[in-house]
Ligand binder design. Structure first.
Ligand code: NAP
Length: 257
């Protein structure tokens, strides 16, 4: 039986890279997306080309009803879930200074980037516990894609940083709560990755990476870099580690003198 992974925000960018890497590693996939059905179908085709089965499910992770349906459709399609990857996330529509930014953007980012994964994890964890009890799955795992913004202050997108910092504590909490069931929980912190999200700031990051060396490894991260880290976790290569933060950032987090 092939293991099954649910990846939120899998239609584009990092989520797509994770879905394709997991398919290459032998997983079947639930490809969650918010609106972009054509992009989700492309990922479905890529998973199928790798020999996997894929089911696209449109669902807004910030909506409780959509999260319920996403989980129901996952179990209806595959009867099991071995891996949840909380990846879906958005940047603020406008980067606004901390002294001026409004509540609307804050509420949107907290709802999608923090509340969504927090309660999706709760739903999935309860289902995983049931399935461990009935012997359908053993050692399922949960991975959350946060960001270097969990600890890096960008004063023109405080809402994004606060949401990502919240994901770090979410990982700690679920890791502590789920260890007794054998469910390991991980946080992956990507650095600067080439996706639609960073498309608007390409020139700035090009300069920071290539001229100023903000990352010791002087290149953009790619979705496949994050996919490789998720596959390492999904393959059970870190069995005695939980709550672990995995930096996938070209060394951005290193302090040097
Ligand atoms: P992206 O290219 O903008 O893709 C975002 C994905 O999330 C799309 O698949 C989108 O679906 C989906 N999505 C957006 N809102 C959603 C919602 N409410 N419910 C369900 N799905 C939703 O972004 P990305 O750069 O790949 O980022 C993916 C994750 O990595 C995010 O959590 C982001 O914060 C994090 N991250 C990114 C970087 C970076 O440099 N790019 C660095 C660190 C962390 P549609 O296609 O349907 O719109």
């Amino acid at each position: 039986m092939r293991p099954v992974a649910l990846v939120t925000g899998a239609s584009r960018g990092i989520g797509r890279g994770i879905a394709v890497a997991l398919a290459d590693a032998g997983h079947d996939l639930v490809i969650n997306y918010a609106a972009n059905a054509d992009a989700a179908k492309e990922v479905q085709a890529a998973v199928e080309a790798a020999g996997g089965r894929a089911v696209p499910v449109r669902a807004d992770v910030s909506s409780a009803a959509d999260r319920e349906r996403l989980v129901e459709e996952t179990y209806a399609a595959f009867g099991r879930l071995d891996l949840l990857v909380n990846n879906a996330g958005v940047a603020p529509d406008v980067r606004a200074d901390l002294l001026e930014a409004g509540e609307e953007s804050f509420d949107r980012l907290i709802a999608i980037n923090l509340k969504g994964p927090y309660f999706l994890t709760q739903l999935v964890a309860n289902r995983m516990i049931e399935q461990i009890g009935t012997g359908v799955v053993s050692a399922p795992r949960i991975v959350t894609i946060s960001s270097i913004s969990a600890y890096t202050a960008s004063v023109n997108r405080g809402d994004y940083c606060v949401a990502k910092a919240g994901l770090a504590m979410m990982t700690t909490l679920y890791a502590a709560r789920l260890a007794e069931y054998g469910i390991n929980v991980y946080e992956i912190r990507p650095g600067i990755v080439a996706t639609d999200m960073t498309g608007a700031v390409t020139e700035k990051y090009d300069r920071l990476i290539h001229e100023e060396g903000i990352t010791p490894i002087r290149r953009w991260g790619q979705p496949a870099d994050v996919g490789a880290a998720v596959v390492a976790v999904a393959s059970g290569l870190l069995p005695f580690s939980t709550g672990q933060v995995i930096d996938v950032d070209g060394g951005f987090h290193l302090r040097t003198l």
